[in-house]
Design a protein around this ligand. Structure first.
Ligand SMILES: Cc1cc2nc3c(=O)[nH]c(=O)nc-3n(C[C@H](O)[C@H](O)[C@H](O)COP(=O)(O)OP(=O)(O)OC[C@H]3O[C@@H](n4cnc5c(N)ncnc54)[C@H](O)[C@@H]3O)c2cc1C
Ligand code: SF4
Ligand code: SF4
Length: 419
């Protein structure tokens, strides 16, 4: 194991055995361009020693590291084996199509030692859902926002960790983490932002004045849900971040996120001359990047592969499109336009859903197989990427362009079959 360089340089005293320092996380994840900006390391640090660098928006050490190893242990690109968090799948008999075999000795696909990952993962119930009252600004069926508003009204939660638009005019279409405490704040944060927000760092709730025992729902990309579930599964004194307050986790299904400046400012505004003030919605769907103006005009309609350069590199390693460790997973694929595909995975998720049900239109999900296909594709890309981590010279299993074509076909199928 590498030693803590500064300690050696300063006084030559050997470090105590078994220590893992922030420096290790920095070298292996942050400096290696693998960080997916989930904020787990910030929330996990018991001495509040990790902050967010203002310029890079990446984690940085802000005071002394004690070498407790927790930032490394819980980092989804570090020591966290997130498949260990996946509850056993409820698919009784996975079909040939459900399973990606990357190793003939392996019945079902898995990364390292986790449970089988066939089908949709754990499913208590699954539906296509939309808010019964339509509101502007939502991404698909508005089901996430409607669920949160109903839970706030019922007193089941005091706030929800979501992403709202930055109010800095220099940062149009940048999502930033916030705790929404009422319906107005939930609706102001509706819609998808294609950047990561260091979300779990926002669980330092002091500034929100929610009282001593707040109940919080976390809405986040699957990697953020992995972080929170892992920290909840292995308890320790957490410093300022209220991991203990999280009573519900909602994963937004996700194949990739992007660097804000790279996607929004360089690719969209500068290269394609998109007028960001007129944009109504940005969507990554059907293997395409779609940018729509408020008057209905399409500003961008291009294969998403054209934007791969601004995607987060750490997303290539991610094999959790479906957010398998969440209480509820929600996404667009698998349901008709204007509806949200919803997989309820736990009894806790079901209780929350039942609480909100009178505010939701609920019907059978159109094409759950489309979710399985996209999940399998996501895993193939992750597996390839992982192999190349160990051996950068390893030939590509399938050309990346083929993956993108598969992705487009898989996603398009979801829509075609829904009509
Ligand atoms: C980066 C990203 C990639 C996605 N990729 C896919 C995909 O490949 N396939 C698919 O089926 N679905 C994907 N989704 C999910 C999809 O875009 C919708 O969020 C989902 O269908 C819910 O729609 P809704 O209308 O019910 O949500 P809404 O009612 O509009 O609410 C969305 C909620 O998500 C929160 N949110 C938005 N952006 C972020 C963010 N970056 N981090 C944390 N919270 C956020 C909002 O604050 C809001 O509370 C992705 C979402 C994101 C953020
Ligand atoms: S991936 Fe998450 S936990 Fe790991 S270094 Fe980045 S922000 Fe921290
Ligand atoms: S692709 Fe995976 S790692 Fe990247 S933002 Fe989505 S959930 Fe996180």
């Amino acid at each position: 194991m590498k030693r803590y360089r500064l300690r050696e340089e300063m006084n030559g005293i050997d470090e105590p055995p078994g220590k893992v320092w922030f420096w290790e996380l920095a070298a292996g994840v942050i400096d290696a361009d693998r960080c997916i900006q989930c904020g787990t390391c910030v929330a996990a640090c018991p001495s509040n020693s990790i902050g967010i660098n203002e310029d890079t928006f990446l984690p940085e050490l802000v005071k002394m590291c004690t070498g407790c190893s927790l930032c490394w242990d819980f980092c989804p690109r570090g020591g966290l084996r997130y498949e260990a968090l996946w509850p056993p799948s409820t698919t009784a008999e996975p079909s040939e199509d459900d399973v990606v075999r990357v190793d003939s000795s392996d019945t079902y696909w898995k990364i390292t030692g986790g449970p089988p990952a066939e089908g949709l993962g754990a499913v208590v119930e699954k539906y296509a859902v939309r808010a019964s009252t339509r509101t502007d600004g939502v991404q698909d069926g508005g089901a996430v926002s409607a669920l949160l508003i109903a839970l706030l009204a019922a007193g089941e939660i005091n706030g929800a960790l979501v992403a709202k638009p930055s109010d800095d005019p220099e940062e149009p279409w940048k999502g930033i983490a916030t705790i929404a405490r009422n319906p107005e704040e939930v609706l102001a944060a509706a819609g998808s932002f294609y950047n990561q927000t260091m979300a779990l760092a926002e669980l330092d709730l002091a500034k929100y004045k929610l009282g001593p025992n707040p109940k919080i729902a976390v809405v986040g990309t699957p990697c953020e849900i992995q972080g929170i579930r892992a920290m909840q599964a292995r308890r320790w004194p957490t410093g300022a971040h209220r991991v203990d307050s999280v009573v519900l986790t909602i994963a937004l299904m996700c194949t990739k996120s992007f660097d804000y400046e790279g996607l929004i400012l360089k690719e969209l505004r500068d290269r394609r001359r998109v007028d960001l003030d007129r944009v109504e919605k940005i969507d990554v769907i059907h293997g395409k990047m779609i940018v729509e103006y408020r008057d209905g005009q399409l500003a961008v309609d291009e294969p998403v592969k054209n934007f791969h350069g601004s995607a987060l590199k750490g997303c290539d390693e991610c094999a959790d499109f479906l957010g398998r460790s969440a209480d509820i997973s929600m996404g667009s694929v698998g349901s008709m336009s204007g509806w949200t595909s919803t997989i309820i995975r736990t009894e806790r998720g079901l209780a929350a859903f039942e609480r909100a049900r009178s505010k939701l239109d609920v019907r059978t999900m159109d094409d759950p197989d489309a979710l399985v296909r996209l999940d399998n594709l996501d895993k193939r890309i992750a597996f390839r990427s992982l192999e190349r981590t160990f051996d950068p010279d390893a030939p590509l299993f399938v050309d990346y362009e083929d993956h993108i074509r598969d992705y487009a076909d898989s996603d398009r199928h979801a829509v075609v079959s829904a009509r």
